[in-house]
Design a protein around this ligand. Structure first.
Ligand code: ADP
Ligand code: ASP
Ligand code: MG
Length: 820
């Protein structure tokens, strides 16, 4: 004998009933079967709503109509699709059920109170509808059906809405009533009966449990749970699309998993099956040929975590106070109070000082739990030996489950570092001594993030980088193109790099699931969602989309945005930028940025602020971490000035050299930013600060390229036109230098704790004399690099190298743990 159970999702409409009938009749060819059915999808929710709203006559009237309508729709569709289906007979039965519902609701309405056993009768009517419909279908297909009435054998305790089966009594009663079953057995799930004859229900989702009890009573070889997924997954597939089906679970694993929230199985289902060594299969009604999951007696092979689950809607209760220290019997009194109120505790943790016992209950029980504790500890509370009972609401438990976790080191460490990665705070921890599960209590709003990051780290080994790009000018748009080209190759290395937002002057254009980068220009003109560029708005998007590695990429030179990096870091964003403004603001802000990054375990990365794509910052940081010390620095730090001064050597005028540099995109949009020397000064300050010097921008001595008597006012065009006025001045300077065998270079120096940016005439032996055409060169004299300096040289400007440097920083965010 096999017991087959079909859930509500498998019975949602007429077609589903026909699919289910096909599975049943195929199985019936192979041997004896009994079938347990849930209510058609949604009907129990509807009935629960009615039972909870008996005060409202309107709700009752509407609800009755809807209950009848939902059933009639399926009956009518079946009458059309299945010849021989006796729609009238089923309708008459459903009308009878509607009549019962009407009477229960009417009675409860008059009483202004719905006793629990009446509530149980109301909410279990959906299962009876399913039986009637399926009986009609099978009979139409010429199969013989015997209905099994749970009221006759499935004995439970008195808990009307969450009853527990009395297996011994149920087995005996079943043998008495159903020793001979002819044809296909058909039973409504969810329903039991108490010893005093009151109808009980087995808790929401309880038809799985009914099937298990029937399997035990009928001495079945197997219990098949047919549902809307192809087995038990290693995480809820609704929350984690990349979750995978497990071929096999041990009874213990399945018990832990269902207890800790995997809805695919009612938590009490496996107990009776395990006790009687009955195999359990989880199968997909829509894909009957899929292998499904087998749950059995063997311990799982392998040495790691098998699955992750989350159990939501919990409240933690804290009982604490000076009176608890060493007081014998405290814990037993706390839990006796729970058991008296018929409340099950989901997870317990106690501090070793014995000052506090914390435990979780389902939120629906929290108020009663508190009341029961207040009664049990009335005296202690009155005398101040206990502090007022505290409730912490809206919590979830995240559990890692697997036989293979036993004796394995590092699982808990990986769990906690994963939670830290998703910025999830752990409120309480529990691990049973079988080491088959580790559970942590966290805030419910963080549960999806926690599951997602744990799944990534334990199973899929995928890592994500979730980009929010501000500024789509030359560097920003080049970065998008580079990402678009590289996305596929990264995905092959399990890195999911997606751009979720692109901001321009109109605000941040956002796309859940990521922007199609082949079409981003059109997208930002007409995005599905556009918000103001504020931390709050972007944070909300990140939260709603459960992104765990958000990165703000600032490709602007905007000052205000730079001043909000601390806020972004504090809200869990990494910050990656070629913008020099933040690092050259006050020393105080410079330090605040680092403190925020360290504190939030987020990265602030700015490799491209000096030397564009050249590996300057990271290299220096590594050297300094290894104990090196900067003695002296000298370098050409501006690509545009390297180009312009190089052209002067060749006899070109400064106005012409600047015009060409501008045309070729080597300068800032306004070349004054380069010619003022400020850009180089900022880079020098960044280097000096990296070396530990607490300097301000105002401490840098700057000799601008533009002579002090030159009028640099007006528009960019006016400025460019006026530049000819200094051609002669520079021509003289250049020929003066030439006469001494020298060339002019714009050089940044750090010597003796002082920073200076100036025009220097250097001879052919000087290493910087050869630096031109947009190249940068940095010579670092340090404790380890002397007397020959460490030299970095290469293109220090240009969209491609800068964007590639930003891209490199983006990938560094994956090493999420702050290194410094
Ligand atoms: P039924 O109506 O068949 O009783 P349920 O909705 O009660 O179905 O249970 C099936 C659902 O359980 C799936 O659709 C899935 O979203 C959810 N679920 C949660 N955790 C898991 C898991 N680990 N594996 C499979 N399904 C899971
Ligand atoms: N119909 C009941 C419920 O929705 C029982 C079940 O589906 O297992 O909770
Ligand atoms: Mg279910």
């Amino acid at each position: 004998m096999r017991v087959l159970k079909f859930g509500g999702s498998s019975l949602a409409n007429a077609n589903r009933f026909l699919e289910v009938a096909k599975i049943i009749t195929d199985k019936a060819q192979q041997g004896a079967i009994a079938v347990v059915v849930s209510a058609p999808q949604g009907i129990t929710n509807h009935l629960v709503y009615l039972a909870d709203n008996i005060a409202s006559k309107t709700a009752i009237d509407q609800g009755l109509g809807q209950f009848q309508q939902a059933s009639t729709d399926i009956i009518n569709a079946l009458s059309n699709q299945l010849s021989g289906f006796d729609g009238d007979k089923v309708k008459a039965h459903v009308s009878d059920l509607v009549g019962q519902l009407d009477r229960y609701l009417e009675g409860a309405h008059l009483l202004a109170y719905c006793p629990e056993h009446i509530n149980a009768r109301i909410i279990s009517l959906g299962e009876r509808v399913s039986v009637s419909l399926l009986e009609g279908v099978l009979t139409a297909q010429q199969y013989q059906v015997s209905t099994i009435a749970p009221e006759k054998f499935l004995f439970t305790n008195n808990a009307s809405l969450n009853a527990v089966a009395d297996l011994a009594k149920s087995k005996a009663q079943y043998a008495e009533h159903y020793s001979e079953l002819s044809g296909i057995g058909l039973m409504p799930g969810f329903i039991g009966t108490s010893a005093d004859g009151q109808l009980t229900t087995l808790g929401r989702n309880g038809s799985d449990y009914s099937a298990a009890v029937l399997a035990v009573c009928a001495k079945a070889d197997a219990c098949e749970i047919w549902t809307d997924v192809s087995g038990v997954y290693n995480a809820d597939p609704r929350a984690i699309p990349s979750a995978t089906v497990l071929d096999y679970l041990s009874y213990q694993e399945a018990m832990e998993l269902s207890y800790f929230g995997a809805k695919v199985l009612h938590p009490k289902t496996i107990g009776p099956l395990a006790q009687h060594h009955i195999k359990c299969y989880i199968k997909n009604t829509a894909k009957p040929d899929a292998k499904g999951t087998l749950i059995g007696n063997e311990r799982s092979k392998g040495d790691s975590v098998k699955a992750i689950s989350n159990l939501d809607d919990l409240t933690m209760i804290n009982v604490s106070g000076p009176g608890m220290k060493g007081m014998v019997g405290m814990a037993s009194r706390v839990f006796a109070a729970m058991s008296q109120a018929n409340i099950s505790t989901v997870m317990i943790s106690q501090s070793s000082s014995e000052y506090c016992i914390s435990f979780c209950v389902h939120s629906a029980d929290a108020k009663r739990a508190k009341k029961s504790l207040q009664q049990a500890f009335e005296l202690e509370l009155f005398n101040g030996l206990l502090e007022p009972i505290q409730l912490q609401q809206k919590l979830s438990i995240i559990s890692l489950i697997g036989d293979g976790m036993q004796q394995q080191q590092g699982v808990a460490a990986k769990l906690f570092s994963s939670l830290a990665q998703a910025r999830v705070n752990v409120i309480a921890i529990a691990q049973d001594s079988s080491e088959r599960s580790i559970s942590v209590v966290i805030e419910e709003r963080k549960a999806t993030d926690a599951i997602k990051v744990c799944h990534q780290n334990f199973f899929s080994h995928h890592q994500s980088i979730d980009v929010f790009l501000v500024g789509c000018g030359v560097v920003g748009s080049e970065l998008i193109d580079q990402i678009a080209r590289q996305q596929g190759a990264l995905a092959e290395q399990n890195i999911d790099l997606s751009v979720y937002g692109i901001a321009n002057s109109k605000g941040m254009a956002l796309q859940s699931g990521g922007i199609d980068l082949n079409n981003w220009q059109a997208f930002i003109e007409a995005p599905s969602q556009r918000v103001a560029l504020t931390v709050e708005e972007i944070k909300n998007f990140v939260r709603e989309n459960h992104l765990i590695n958000p990165v703000l990429v600032d490709c602007t030179s905007n000052e205000a945005l730079a001043m909000s990096y601390v806020e972004y870091l504090e809200q869990g964003f990494h910050v990656v930028t070629p913008n020099k403004k933040a690092n050259t603001d006050s020393w105080q802000y410079y330090q605040a940025l680092r403190t925020a990054a360290q504190h939030t375990k987020r990265r602030f990365l700015y490799e491209t602020t000096v030397g564009a794509g050249l590996p300057v910052i990271d290299t220096l940081q590594s050297l300094f971490r290894a104990g090196d010390k900067l003695h002296q620095f000298q370098g050409v730090l501006s690509g545009s000035l390297s180009y312009i001064f190089g052209k002067l050597d060749e006899g070109m005028s400064i106005s012409q050299a600047t015009a060409i540099a501008k045309e070729n995109g080597f300068t800032e949009p306004d070349p004054r930013d380069d010619l003022s020397g400020m850009d180089v000064a900022r880079k020098l300050l960044i280097l000096a600060r990296e070396a530990g010097m607490a300097l301000e921008l105002s401490d840098i001595e700057i000799e601008p390229v533009l002579p002090s008597d030159f009028n640099a006012q007006g528009s960019v065009t006016e400025f460019m036109n006026n530049l000819v006025q200094i051609d002669e001045y520079y021509a003289n300077k250049v020929s003066q230098a030439k006469s001494e065998g020298k060339v002019l270079r714009y050089i940044g120096n750090i010597i003796d704790g002082k920073c200076k940016v100036s025009i220097e005439a250097v001879d052919g032996t000087h290493p910087l004399s050869a630096i031109k055409d947009g190249e940068n060169a940095l010579a670092i004299h340090s404790r380890y690099y002397q007397p020959i300096p460490f030299v970095l040289r290469g293109y220090g400007a240009g969209a491609a190298v800068t964007a590639a440097g930003v891209f490199g920083d983006l990938l560094r965010t994956l090493a999420w743990e702050q290194v410094s």
